[in-house]
Write a protein that binds this ligand. Sequence first.
Ligand code: IVH
Length: 681
Amino acid sequence: MDLFSQLPDTEQDQIRQLRRSLEEANYRYYVLSDPTMSDREFDERMHQLQALEARHPEMADPNSPTQHVGSDLGKKGFEQVRHRYPMLSLANSYNREEIEDWGRKTGVQMAELNEPWEIVAELKYDGLSISLWYENGHLTRALTRGDGVQGDDVLRNVRTIPSIPTWVKGLPDRYEIRGEILLPWENFERLNREREQQEEPLFANPRNAASGTLKLQDPREVQRRGLTCYLYHVVGEQLPAGTHAEQLKQAQAWGFPVSDAVRVCHSVEEVMAFISDWDIRRKQLPVATDGIVLKVNNLRAQQALGFTAKTPRWAIAYKFPAERQLTLLRDITYQVGRTGVVTPVAVLDPIQLSGTVVQRATLHNEDFIRQLGIACGDKVWVEKGGEIIPKITGKENQTSTSTTTSTSTIFPSVCPECGTKLVKIEGEAAWRCPNEWKCPPQLKGKIEHFVSRKAMNIDGLGEETIDLLFQQGLIRSVADIYTLTKDELAGQERLGAKSAENILASIDRSKHNPWHRVLFALGIRMVGETTAKKIAHRFPSVDTLQWATREQLTAIPDVGPQIAECVVSYLMDERNLDILVRMRQAGVQMEDNQPQTTDNQRQTPITGLTIVISGVFQHHTRDEYKAIIESCGAKNSGSISSKTSFVLAGENMGPEKRKKAEQLGIPMRTEDEFLQLISNL
Ligand code: IVH
């Protein structure tokens, strides 16, 4: 029966029902690829919901289908599913004695249970846990841990992992096996190299990279990145064997990826030998490991030992200490950032650490150097924890890191780049160069920040190109980006006419970025992405922001007096105002995207057209495209009809929409074609 034959009485209930039905439709469309609702019906219900929500602001909900594009199912695009058995974590310890104690304690408990003492030792893989469900031999779900109670079903991405079978002959009707998804070192490094080239933020470690990859919307990209998997835990009641080791063996025989580094130990000594052995051998492995997991082998004994609130009593993890090495501190250099902060950087004799060569490490600030008491020529300990940036943790033969004052490391008193006397930031350990308007790394740093992906997202203007343009005096501030010409760009080393055109097109596109991104891109001190959004929400244009008082600013949630001060002093500086005026003159959007009124409407190649957006896009979100279309005087419509001028078609465009457009002979434009069309605005 159609949901709508029985409309609920209250509008609030109608909202709830519409949200449910649209969510269901999204799920069927995007997850099951089996749509049951026509596009038209979907659009109609969406409009109805929008109208009702507008009448009931008290029911606003960021999770409503009106607030995200269809492919954004459940925000992240994956169905949330309850685990049949909670996904718990393990108690862990860095201390070998504690591990020995645990071994002895379980020995006593098992003797009481009359079970033999058998402990399975395995590697602890450092990735993301996954639970694979097989029904009648078919892989039907792949759930992330989530909050342990329910996780995301990332099946479509897990299907791209070659070692995970999607069908297994002879499996019990219902079979659940858990393990770890990992990105091998080699693929992790390749991915980070690519991201570096594209000036995207690097992943700190393979675990974060695997996590980011598993949540991607596009399974082809997941496949390209090359995830892998090790399985280590079979869950359920009717298990095919009496011990954990047998379960693993059986799973391996069925073709599941189970590691060979599994040993059934009969004594604590054997366990400790396994730990010592693998602490060395693991460095040769293609994937990251961070410890050893010990599990009681007998499943009945496991059951008898049971669980604490969070962890099983029948298992424990030993975590390897962070890898560290001694090397020579050759030199200390000083880097000046875009806000003028001077950061000391250690130059080291290169060493191999956790799979990568390390030759530089941050020393943070003057206090940090003092506390370590280090100076050039010292042998220092370098450690790599979970982060990609290595740390210096002390010097050779150092007994205490307390308040040793180094006599040989003297922090510079003037800026290493421009010679200006440094000033100390009140309440902070950092020294800053106050020569904001002339110090080259500060000027260049502001431009680099402005063009970066999360800011204006201008492609092709990397650090080197910015440096060249800066040296030639072609750009001194972010406003100069908008006056660059094709000849100026094409004249640069390693840039041809084509790259120059691409850069200019990307600069043009950046003019349509929403106001909050522009505000973030300006690089006002302490105004990060989230703060910029909050400020832009309260002050929807540069004109309103210009008159904002400290009090008004601090009334915004999470904006404190320091942030307010930074914003006000930025806007009080004539030189900044000049930049803002020039940006506006160049056509950069300095206000929230309001629908244009007829008297100030400019003529654009799409003025008066009716455009339908469908699919997923690379350069802007659907909401941004909607805003662009409206700001160009065109109409954005949700459904295709004979009045549609063209469809802006992204990837994975819905089959219904495509069919309809073809039937009515409506042209389709790709994202690039569309951007090209509006690029001269
Ligand atoms: S057994 C009831 N075995 O470590 C817990 N976990 O901190 C069953 N892990 O959530 C987990 N390698 O993501 C187990 N050989 C291994 C493991 C392993 C890595 C992860 C897993 C777990 C976390 C616990």
